[in-house]
Write a protein that binds this ligand. Structure first.
Ligand code: BEZ
Ligand code: FE
Length: 305
């Protein structure tokens, strides 16, 4: 038996975990232990701080329900979700449209609309238009591409925040025409606070961060043979465009609605954006975000939940 101290404990843990049969699990856990121990040494973690951290993680778990995912929100606000998204993007074969986070307000069920329709049921601000083309990386339109769109209303609320799962609004699914074109009318989205009433909100307040996302419109675009595109377009004049609390903005995704006589909606301020899809690969799930109800039933490491 050898006595463990702060210089030998890390290797002792790694040695004990060396029996892990799944090679990827073994790699992940070894790296996690090394970084976790290095972190504790780096900041000279005290027992009180360790206990505070344990309490915080416990509260994060307790705040999760089938309609709220506080753990993903923590990952988002620490930039981990954006980092994983960027790492996944590196695995694509082509230089397609940049991606962004799916976020917690995506729903599988999204009503079908025809091109030209308005996705806001009762707009109480002037409508804006949106038009674009879904194309491959040679610029050829992708006929029949499916475009799911969701956003906040002009007051900064998603339908789910107003109606739960009862009713949908400012959300819809479009099908691109034979040349990959699609268009719709909507309202100008407003930026919003991430949920601030839980442990992540307490962390954001303790850090004197504003907790806001700049106004944006989410897109999930699919077509057979192409990699699913999860992205958002961000309103360039939003005051939080350079300080998104979840680090989702990149400059290629910044847009501005303006009058455009060539648009299908010449009388409206209009956004024009074309989306390039990468070829499909075997690199797995691209969505950074999830339906919270599914995660409560996520399988455990060994033999299910
Ligand atoms: C959103 O875009 O809806 C979102 C993304 C991450 C955290 C909170 C909200
Ligand atoms: Fe959003």
């Amino acid at each position: 038996m050898h006595d463990l101290d702060q210089t030998t404990i890390t290797q002792a843990v790694l040695d004990q975990m060396a029996t892990t049969t799944d090679p990827r699990l073994k790699e992940i856990m070894a790296s996690a232990v090394k970084h976790l121990h290095a972190f504790a040494r780096d900041i000279n973690l005290t027992p009180a701080e360790w206990l505070f951290g344990i309490g915080f993680i416990t509260q994060i778990g307790q705040a999760c329900t089938d309609s709220r995912q506080e753990t993903i929100l923590l990952s988002d606000t620490l930039g981990l979700s954006a980092l994983v998204n960027a790492l996944h993007d590196k695995t694509r074969l082509d230089d397609a449209t940049d991606t962004s986070l799916l976020g917690p307000f995506y729903r599988d069920a999204s009503p079908e609309f025809a091109n030209g329709d308005c996705i806001a049921a009762h707009p109480d601000s002037p409508e804006i238009g949106f038009y674009g083309q879904v194309h491959d990386l040679e610029g050829r339109g992708i006929a029949g591409a499916r475009i799911e769109v969701w956003q906040t209303d002009e007051h900064g609320f998603y339908d789910m925040q107003k109606f739960g799962n009862e009713k949908s609004d400012v959300r819809g699914t479009f099908t691109a025409d034979a040349l990959g074109h699609f268009n719709f009318r909507t309202v100008r989205p407003l930026g919003y606070f991430i949920p601030m009433d839980g442990p992540v909100g307490s962390m954001i307040k303790a850090q004197n961060r504003h907790g806001c996302r700049p106004a944006h419109i989410h897109f999930l675009i699919t077509a057979p043979g192409f990699r699913e595109l999860v992205t958002s377009l961000y309103q360039g004049d939003d005051q939080y465009i350079d300080s998104d609390v979840v680090f989702g903005v990149s400059s290629s995704l910044v847009i501005q609605a303006k009058r455009n006589p060539a648009s299908p909606f010449p009388s409206l301020e209009t956004i024009h954006y074309d989306f390039g899809l990468a070829r499909a690969t075997e690199s797995g799930e691209a969505r950074i975000g999830a339906d919270p109800s599914k995660l409560l039933k996520a399988p455990g490491l060994v033999g299910g939940a």
